[in-house]
Ligand binder design. Structure first.
Ligand code: NAP
Ligand code: HSE
Length: 429
């Protein structure tokens, strides 16, 4: 029998308790102690005999407990629990991408020093065994790029908004009810959750720590149904995509998390609802696509239990000094140097000369517009200041340009008071 201490009995903790209770594979696992914020609250589904506590040492320092599972959310309190557990010689399983993306090097170093396991499969893409795929099946190959939908909540929102015209707030409420969203859903919609996962996957794939704080990130908060409809008319779908690739000329890392217009033929375009998918390009294998449920208590618990069983049965390799998180940190490629087409939506004053001025700013930078649309009958945009001109929506697409060039145009237009447009990269293949 392997005895477990569980930190957290929220959305995911309850899912894991339920799976351990009904899975024949888990018959050798026993949850002894449960760390929560409030140990006086009655907890449905917690097996009789499990001790509730608010003291982390009752997990980390109990000689009977050999594995601590961290499912608390946030960073500071989980860092204390995981650090202490590893220092006390316990293996740890965690679904916490924020913790891992930020403190992965220190935690894997600690696990290596104490010769204990740190299982993190559930931290990226919920139930998809993406960490095993990269770390085990593909370790014989050289990975050159990753491109993925790694956040289930935003993909659920975008799917519901584009297929059923559900409003953003209604779709987000549903994602929270279904247990896809983070305790603070701003982490999902702002791209913060996806960029932590991008940092983790890139570190594992490229063999050196990738600091997620250096990856340019934007979320889906400012997207409107209008952008999704316009993308459809153009033959695209909008997805929040994380990309990371080694640059061939200087072996730096070019990475980004942003909403992107994908052509309908792209392998990620058909990934719907809370599903995730990662397209891995490697020298020997070419393209490999891993997809499946990326959020929610049931799929996440499958990954957690797989790590628990591998550790309990001695099948998980212990981390050592060669662990990818302990490799030399990657240098990042300067942002904005690669070329792409862009979709832009502005709110501009409805007065003579506006279009000429906008076109002129693009021409000043030598950028060529591919299309211009001021939709007839679109909902009016109120004037930003009392007595000002009412505003209209202006949608532009560019030909190929560097983001750095486009940023100069956007800076000039911001000088006219027309800042904060929606800017989406258009992917061509
Ligand atoms: P949650 O519902 O907010 O539950 C958090 C649990 O941790 C609660 O039981 C809470 O105790 C306990 N807790 C929090 N802070 C604590 C502290 N300082 N001391 C003691 N106990 C504390 O969180 P969740 O949605 O289950 O998420 C858990 C983790 O799973 C997060 O790291 C999240 O990113 C990750 N994750 C989520 C998904 C998903 O699909 N939602 C997928 C993969 C990974 P009380 O019950 O007393 O409040
Ligand atoms: N909130 C996360 C998501 C959970 O929606 O993808 C899975 O990590």
């Amino acid at each position: 029998m392997t005895t477990i201490g569980l930190a957290g009995a929220g959305t995911i903790g309850r899912g894991l308790i339920e799976l351990i209770g009904r899975s024949p594979a888990a018959s050798q696992l026993k949850i002894k102690t449960l760390l929560v914020r409030d140990a006086t609250r009655s907890r449905f589904g917690v097996p009789a005999g499990v001790k509730l506590t608010t003291k982390l040492e009752e997990l980390t320092d109990d000689p009977e407990i050999s594995i601590v599972v961290e499912l608390m959310g946030g960073v500071d309190a989980p860092l204390r629990v995981v650090t202490r557990a590893l220092e006390q010689g316990k293996s740890v399983v965690s679904a916490n991408k924020n913790l891992l993306a930020q403190h992965g090097p220190a935690l894997f170093a600690l696990a290596a020093n104490h010769k204990v396991n740190l299982g993190v499969e559930a931290s990226v893409c919920g139930g998809i065994p993406i960490i095993r795929l990269i770390g085990e099946a593909l370790r014989a190959d050289r990975i050159t790029s990753l491109e993925g939908i790694v956040n289930g909540t935003t993909n659920y929102l975008l799917t519901r908004m584009s297929e059923e015209k559900t409003s953003y707030s209604q779709a987000l409420a549903e994602a929270q009810r279904l247990g896809f969203a983070e305790p603070d859903p701003d982490y999902d919609v702002s791209g913060k959750d996806a960029v932590c996962k991008a940092g983790i996957l890139a570190s594992l794939a490229f063999g050196g720590y990738v600091d997620f704080r250096r990856i340019p990130t934007s979320g889906i908060e400012n997207l409107q149904l209008e952008d999704l409809r316009q993308a459809e008319r153009m033959g695209y779908t909008v997805k929040l995509v994380a990309t990371a690739r080694r640059t061939s000329h200087n072996n730096k890392l070019d990475a980004q998390v942003a909403p992107v217009l994908l052509p309908l033929t792209h392998p990620l375009a058909s990934i719907r609802h809370e599903n995730n998918a990662v397209l891995i390009e490697s020298e020997g294998l070419g393209m490999t696509l891993a997809c499946g449920k990326g959020a929610g208590p049931a799929p996440t618990s499958v990954s957690l239990l797989a790590d628990l069983l591998d550790i309990a049965e001695g099948r998980q390799k212990l981390p050592d000094v060669n662990h990818p998180f302990l490799g030399t940190p990657f240098e990042m490629e300067a942002h904005g140097q690669s070329s792409s087409r862009y979709y832009l939506r502005f709110a501009v004053p409805d007065r003579p000369g506006t279009l000429a001025l906008v076109a002129g700013r693009f021409a000043d930078q030598g950028l060529s517009l591919a299309s211009v649309l001021q939709p007839e009958g679109a909902d009016p945009v109120p004037a930003p200041v009392a007595g000002g001109h009412p505003q209209v929506t202006l949608i532009l697409t560019t030909h190929l340009c560097r983001r750095a060039q486009l940023d100069k145009v956007l800076g000039a237009l911001a000088g006219e008071g027309w800042g904060n447009p929606v800017v989406l990269r258009i992917q061509e293949d």
